[in-house]
Design a protein around this ligand. Structure first.
Ligand code: GDP
Length: 469
């Protein structure tokens, strides 16, 4: 039947979703193509579990703290800032223990006389942020972009901004190292206008705070700016009165304690004794520890806690949920593990390839591109030329990230998260990036001449504009 449909395939080849549907209708079967996400939803449905949007009753919603990731160029002070915030503001516990690095921590601050909490993800940089996003998890509400005032906007600053904007996460800018001689915070503001970040004092709506992570200057102002940005742009509420759900942000195997996972509760309240499943790891919460290493018995939304009691190690970025009984947790984990195995066995179809652009565009009518090149001139030239392709209003070409240098794992993760194609212009993918791209089914295209890239993209875009039949 496939040959008659014009598909020259062998038994081991993979085919596009549409071909499967067509094949089904030819043979009188109703073929439904489901994404792994849909499949998982069906799995949870079968246990009568709702995951994600369902927040329960409006009157049960309570304000939850914003979850913040700190990003920026290397050496601009991300780690130092996380340390300074942790030391000066970490919320006191009875034991008052020294803070442990569990992957995230909460601080307490005051806004308009009211005590408020903020959760910080303790892994600086956009790699973790985007890796999590690539797995469909949204852990971050607000991104703090750190820019050293003595160095100004650098490539990874731009990269971090692109990643935050691609994820629709509001940005607060921390202009760091104002204690250094030659620091020029005004220049940073001016530079960032080019990326759509206009300071409030210049008539924009992005909050900039001049800080010194080293001397602890204006840290409170930064925390205030985070809360003000959250209050102004986001409706951060969650229902604490439901079974807990959220994300595993870090996990490892501890020699003495077994699998240990730091989870971020996003809704509901997590309690000791709960039956829990994260990705394909099941278990029961035997103990919960906070960032001081103190035992806690329950964790409210936006609270990060270390959970002991999983029977295997969940993956970072896996979503977790609490279920009625251990048996259900185990069954969900087993089913997911079986599905993973099947998925690995099946040859992976490319996430988006130029050949099935048609299908991808019909869904989104937007083609996302990531451009990496050997120098900024060529990247700009390629982007400009691509943007000139005129295919009418039905499809939109969007360059979500561009940069100089080889194609990195970060690029591939961003491509996964945004369903983008990566174009390499006179550059190659770094070793591990190719591996990741193959695993994730991200398409990387290499070019050495601009017109060839233009021609291919244009052909593909035009191809999908042909009338449907
Ligand atoms: P990261 O790569 O962005 O995490 O940067 P780090 O936090 O490791 O900081 C890089 C260097 O800059 C370290 O030597 C820090 O001590 C220093 N540093 C960070 N913040 C400041 C600051 O506000 N003032 C000064 N003078 N140095 C800082």
């Amino acid at each position: 039947v496939l040959f008659h449909l014009g598909e020259m395939v062998t038994a081991t080849a993979s085919v596009a979703d549409e071909v499967l549907e067509l094949l089904g209708s030819e043979m009188n079967y109703n073929v439904q193509v489901v994404s792994p996400e849909e499949e998982d939803r069906e799995l949870l449905d079968s246990f009568d579990i709702s995951f994600g949007e369902d927040l329960g009753d409006e009157e049960d919603l309570e304000v939850r703290p914003p979850v913040v990731t700190i990003m920026g160029h290397v050496d601009h002070g991300k780690t130092r800032l996380l340390d300074t915030i942790r030391k000066t503001n970490v919320r006191e516990t009875e034991a008052g223990g020294i803070t442990q690095a569990i992957g995230a921590y909460q601080v307490e601050t005051e806004l308009d006389g009211e005590k408020r909490l903020i959760t910080f993800i303790d892994t600086p940089g956009h790699e973790a942020f985007t890796a999590m996003r690539a797995r469909g998890a949204k852990a971050t509400d607000i991104a703090v972009i750190v820019v050293a005032a003595d160095d100004g906007v650098m490539p990874q600053t731009v990269e971090a901004i692109n990643h935050a904007q691609a994820a629709d996460v509001p940005i607060v800018v921390a202009v760091n190292k104002i204690d250094v001689e030659g620091a020029n915070p005004a220049k940073v503001r001016q530079q960032l206008t080019e990326y759509g970040l206009v300071a409030e004092e210049y008539g924009g709506d992005t909050m900039f705070v001049d800080i010194s992570a080293k001397q602890g200057t204006n840290i409170d102002q930064l925390l205030e700016a985070i809360l003000l940005t959250a209050d102004a742009t986001l409706d951060l509420r969650a229902n604490p009165n439901m079974p807990a759900q959220g994300i595993a942000i870090e996990a490892h195997l501890d020699r003495g304690r077994g699998p240990v996972a730091t989870v971020l509760v996003q809704r509901g309240t997590l309690r000791v004794g709960d039956s829990i499943v994260a990705g394909d790891a099941a278990g029961r919460v035997r103990r919960m520890l906070d960032e001081h290493g103190d035992d806690v018995t329950e964790a409210l939304p936006s609270r990060p806690v270390q959970v002991i009691g999983f029977t295997s190690v969940p993956g970072a970025g896996d979503t977790f949920l609490v279920v009625d009984e251990d048996r259900v947790a185990r069954q969900i984990a087993d089913r997911r593990r079986a599905r993973e195995r099947n998925a690995e066995l099946a040859q992976r179809r490319k996430r988006v390839s130029l050949e099935d652009l048609d299908a991808a565009l019909r869904k989104t009518s937007q083609l996302n591109l990531i451009i990496k090149g050997d120098n900024s001139g060529s990247v700009e030239a390629l982007e400009e030329a691509l943007m000139k392709i005129d295919v009418g209003d039905e499809v939109e070409l969007r360059v979500i990230h561009r940069g100089v240098g080889g194609i990195t794992e970060g690029d591939v993760n961003l491509a996964t998260a945004s369903d983008a194609i990566v174009l390499g212009f006179n550059v190659r993918a770094e070793g591990k990036a190719t591996e990741l791209a193959n695993r994730e089914g991200v398409e990387i295209r290499y070019y050495t001449v601009i017109y060839q890239a233009i021609e291919e993209i244009e052909q593909a875009l035009k191809g999908m504009l042909k009338p449907e039949y």
